[in-house]
Ligand binder design. Sequence first.
Ligand code: GSH
Length: 218
Amino acid sequence: MQLYSYFRSSAAYRVRIALNLKGLEYDTVPIHLLNGGGEQFSSSYRKIHPASLVPSLTDEPKTGGRALTQSLAIIEYLDETYPEPKLLPGKPDDRAYLRGIALSIACDIHPLNNLRVLRYLKQELKIDDAAKDAWYRHWCEIGLGAVESVLASDSRAGSFCYGEAPTLADCFLVPQMVNALRLNCDLGRMPTLMRIYEKCMTLEAFVKAAPDRQPDAE
Ligand SMILES: N[C@@H](CCC(=O)N[C@@H](CS)C(=O)NCC(=O)O)C(=O)O
């Protein structure tokens, strides 16, 4: 398998965690999102992912020369193709709960704070770095606050987002928490998220997926 990744990409980080949890070997193909205006825009990478985003994953011969895109779709593919340990366990309503947490992060937080959005704020709308960071923290704190409310009140949450083993939801939560901590978001009102994050970070699958452990880390 080949994972097109950037060490600091939280979307690629989600997939790295899932691959590690399943014990799958893969090669990292680094796509530098900043160098030379961004390698994601090169014509060769556009053929792999026309939206010029990471991650993408190939799994030959199963994927027949096509790359898979979108972290949620990639992780669901991995879970269907390599079922153990299950990242989407339980009944349909439990799986909806797990996808709901993942999508709260992937749809309600991450797109507002993605590199191209922050770049547009700065370069086109002429927002300074302090205002850009304030934007980041604002949307991250609102979004994670909503996830905290879900996890703090749902009896399915245990040491992890769902009981006592990591699932899809933890693959999404941890990279967003790492970014929130890096950008000094106020996580004081998110004790459940902090507890689950710290529990995940006791597992090698999560530690090995961290940005500073990647071959392209700077
Ligand atoms: N919804 C996509 C998001 C992918 C995405 O936005 N990736 C970011 C890095 S975390 C990216 O490639 N950004 C490049 C850019 O903004 O130019 C997924 O989950 O895979």
